[in-house]
Design a protein around this ligand. Sequence first.
Ligand SMILES: NC(=O)c1ccc[n+]([C@@H]2O[C@H](COP(=O)([O-])OP(=O)(O)OC[C@H]3O[C@@H](n4cnc5c(N)ncnc54)[C@H](O)[C@@H]3O)[C@@H](O)[C@H]2O)c1
Length: 381
Amino acid sequence: MDRRTVGIVMNGVTGRMGYRQHLVRSILAIREQGGLTLADGTVVWPEPVLVGRNAAKLEQLAELHGLTRYTTDLAAALADDSNEIYFDAQVTTARVAALRQAIAAGKHVYTEKPTAESLADAVALADEARAAGIKHGVVADKLYLPGLLKLRRLVESGFFGRILSVRVEFGYWVFEGDWQAAQRPSWNYRSEDGGGIILDMFPHWRYVLDHVIAPVRSVYAQMATHIPQRWDEQGDAYPATADDAAYAVLELEGGIVASVNSSWTTRVDRTELVTFHVDGTEGSAVAGLRNCRVQHRATTPKPVWNPDLPVSHDFRDQWSELPENDTYDNGFKRQWEEFLAYVVADAPYGHDLYAGARGVQLAELGLQSAREGRKLLVGDL
Ligand SMILES: NC(=O)c1ccc[n+]([C@@H]2O[C@H](COP(=O)([O-])OP(=O)(O)OC[C@H]3O[C@@H](n4cnc5c(N)ncnc54)[C@H](O)[C@@H]3O)[C@@H](O)[C@H]2O)c1
């Protein structure tokens, strides 16, 4: 059995995503299962080097997880030939420069979304990666959620007949930070620091809709900064300059209409923090992070509008839960495994920096649409 060690420069591992999802739940989880076994029996062993700005924090993390390699010197980590992959989970504003540096050093790159703050930068990055002949990938974690895998299974089965519309409801209340600490980092609420819900969430909506329902063709968005003042990690008040809610209408190929609400300023009255409600001629479904409920044409009740009478239906009871029929591993880990197999054995891999650029494109057009108050076409890249 061949064992193949792959050095991975992991930048931004002191952050929420870098630490929890990418280091602990992905790379360390792959090591705990004994590595990643490829189709030909080769075992890929990821060997991370933790990179960041604060040596003490990195040392503490490395010690906690029995790792030995950490540094504040990105250039030195990239100069080490045993490191084949550069991974980026830094704040969005720091991403382009670091990815460029890694591409120039000849590393394969894998990154969080959004890949850049502008479409021009996102496309330039993808072009540079292609010209350098390196392999590149972008996180598309929502596609691996059990709820969306079930929804995709339904679409592929023809369950919906002709899909008419999709309603995406995403959001929850993010505390302002004064009397209860905010549960998201403060940079998310400052546009000058790469914040804003459109830049954060529209890249996700792009790959979810493109892959699960149909390609996105146009966008109209209304955005708001509902909460103009928040309190940061130090307890200091700051002006919130970024959008904290966006209300969008998208057209998808085939005349499908998607209405997509994204909000950090709403209180949840849903079964999950995000739901995708799909209506088709033959049936409907509501998918969340984990679950997916369906109602078929043949089991659709016939409510009659009559405000004089109390509601006679329990509408939620008229849906049935889809069976699991599968086991679902952490989505970030599954995508890491696909990327490692792509790097080591050229296995198929779908979400490259051009896919990342399509996500940034929808965010950029969403912001432009909101500023100009008009619908914009989403052209092919
Ligand atoms: N895939 C997803 O579902 C998902 C969810 C949340 C965030 N994200 C993305 O992940 C990235 C990180 O988000 P997070 O919520 O983990 O943020 P975070 O603030 O928790 O972590 C950011 C990381 O970047 C580092 N950093 C902060 N300022 C920096 C600077 N000026 N220069 C270099 N590094 C700096 C921090 O030390 C930390 O390691 C963002 O790009 C965000 O869009 C993705």
